[in-house]
Design a protein. Structure first.
Length: 73
């Protein structure tokens, strides 16, 4: 009886070890994905800032229309 309890415990420990290894592996993969996505996000932020600056520069070059006061005309 005692041997079967130890065997059952050993099986549970083996499953726990396998699950721990699988979760560590998945965690490592998720960390790599996070690093990649963080770099992509930083790149997109930089590109958005550059686009914003280009649009602002174009808008600054447009002629400014004088507000026409219709009552004075």
């Amino acid at each position: 009886m005692m041997i079967s309890e130890f065997e059952l415990l050993a099986e549970k420990v083996a499953r726990l070890v396998a699950l721990t290894h699988a979760l560590r592996s998945e965690n490592a993969g998720l960390r790599l994905d996070l690093a990649s996505l963080s770099a992509h996000h930083a790149d997109m932020q930089q590109r958005m800032q550059e686009a914003h600056e280009r649009v602002a520069a174009v808008l600054a070059q447009l002629p400014v229309e004088e507000a026409v006061d219709e009552e004075a005309a």
